[in-house]
Design a binder for this molecule. Structure first.
Ligand code: GLY
Ligand code: MN
Ligand code: MN
Length: 461
């Protein structure tokens, strides 16, 4: 892609800083793993959104007049022999479309000149360790010279505010990248399902890491840089641990496997969950719960469209799940009452304890407010029926075309008194990625089937 899109985003941000505002944004820090080994570097998402630049040790400065300055690692042939190519400040303006570029070693020296005469300094609050004290240092040295006529910014503003709003609605380029990421991840889920059935049919021992390796292979084979988050490959009862990670547990004939995995492609995440029978055939109780979760997902999908609230899909899912829990005897109506009681008292929480979705974008739990900005002042209070805590309710975000969210209901049945034994230790989640459209939503992750019969069919192949 040309740099035009990034220039447009910088211009759109500059217009929100005020004519005398200045924004300062570092990329992510490099992080040591142990001794001489670093964690694989991953750029900061805000920084990438405005530059498309993936090198470490870089800063972006944007001023209210629309000018942008990049500070980046200087060319250094000796270091480049060890660490790889650097763009360098000389090539950066032509390559990235910034107005000026300097070595990052000049950042402190240049900052006084950049800050002098500005009225507001914008930087991301509480996201980059040590950034606040760095800003304090720059402001302090500017203030030390006020007797010589420098003018220090009087306002500090959170840069996440305007950037979160911009990132919440994905442009066509972002949507296309997210479609490709979801397509790759869907293919990886199919391969993992098929491998499980094939190995069990062949009498081989299957471990969670076999399926994890299959996912990774498919991600990388299609050019994904890395998984968008630690893949969950949870066999049997492990599926009831919400943040379980792929480990060494055996994948047993007769049990379900829950895989929550998605690749990151060119800076954009995908996030898919499928739950399938390890051997390719659902048992009766497994299928009953699976169909219930799927029906709840379909109810959520049906209400995901422009003009709906972010919480509408969750409420639609909960209604279907709660009724199903009563119908299947997981909740006893004599104890918990009617459907309305189950919802109001959150009795379903024993089996469904998370929300039905989140924003998806550069970050798997993407930025963006969940409260409708035009209604922040509308606050009501309610008492949480389980914890007794008083919770402030503000109107949930109204969905707009181009927003991207996950739709991921689930049920997690831990053994407990009164819970029919046939459902014990079953954990099911079904998660798809949806782009909100005017008429509904586009599910970009359905390259992997979701109907129980279709999953069984592809696992026979
Ligand atoms: N994979 C993280 C999530 O589903 O939210
Ligand atoms: Mn998710
Ligand atoms: Mn997920």
């Amino acid at each position: 892609m040309t740099f035009a899109l990034y220039s447009q985003r910088r211009a759109a941000l500059a217009a929100q800083l005020g004519p005398k505002g200045i924004a300062i944004l570092p990329t992510a820090p490099e992080q040591q793993r142990n001794r001489d080994a670093d964690f694989l570097f991953r750029h900061d998402s805000y920084f990438y959104y405005l530059t498309g630049f993936t090198e470490p040790r870089a800063w972006l400065v944007i001023t209210g007049d629309g000018k942008s300055t990049l500070f980046c690692a200087p060319k250094d042939l000796e270091r480049e022999i060890w660490d790889g190519y650097r763009l360098g400040p000389e090539a950066a303006p032509a390559q990235l479309g910034v107005d000026a570029a300097f070595s990052v070693t000049e950042l402190d020296a240049q900052m006084s000149g950049l800050l002098d005469g500005r009225d507001a300094i914008w930087y991301p609050f509480a996201t980059h360790k040590g950034l606040e004290s760095r800003v304090d240092g720059w402001l302090g040295s500017l203030r030390a010279r006020v007797r010589y006529g420098t003018l220090c910014p009087e306002q500090q503003r959170d840069l996440c505010g305007p950037l979160d709003e911009m990132r919440l609605v994905k442009d066509p380029y972002e949507q296309a990248t997210m479609r490709r990421a979801a397509q790759i991840s869907a293919g990886a889920h199919i391969r993992a399902m098929q491998l499980s059935a094939r190995m069990l049919r062949g009498g081989q021992e299957v471990r969670e890491y076999h399926l994890d390796a299959e996912l990774l292979h498919e991600f990388r084979r299609h050019g994904s840089q890395y998984p968008a988050y630690g893949s969950i490959v949870a066999a049997g009862a492990n599926a009831c641990v919400l943040h379980y990670r792929a480990d060494t547990a055996p994948v047993r004939d007769g049990e379900l496997v829950l895989i929550d995995a998605g690749c990151e492609l060119d800076g954009y995440a995908s996030d898919i969950t499928r739950t399938f029978p390890a051997n390719g055939k659902f048992s009766g109780p497994q299928r009953a719960l699976y169909e219930l979760v799927l029906a709840s997902q379909e109810a959520a999908i049906a209400v995901t469209k422009t003009g709906a609230r972010f919480t509408d899909p969750h409420e639609a899912s909960v209604k279907v799940l709660a009724q199903g829990l009563l119908d299947l005897g997981l909740l006893d109506a004599n104890k918990v009452g009617t459907l309305q009681d189950v919802i109001e008292k959150r009795a379903y929480f024993q089996f469904y304890m998370h929300r039905t979705g989140h924003w998806l974008g550069m970050d798997v739990h993407d930025c963006g407010g969940y409260i409708e900005p035009s209604e922040v002042g509308t606050v009501s209070e309610r008492k949480d029926p389980l914890s007794g805590e008083v919770i402030k309710n503000r109107p949930s975000r109204i969905l707009r075309a181009g927003m991207v969210l996950t739709i991921e209901p689930g049920l997690y049945v831990r053994p407990a008194d009164g819970v029919p034994a046939q459902f014990h230790n079953i954990g099911i989640r079904i998660e798809d990625d949806a782009i909100v459209t005017d008429s509904g939503c586009e599910l970009i992750s359905r390259g992997v089937p979701v109907q129980a019969d279709e999953i069984e069919a592809l696992m026979r192949e």
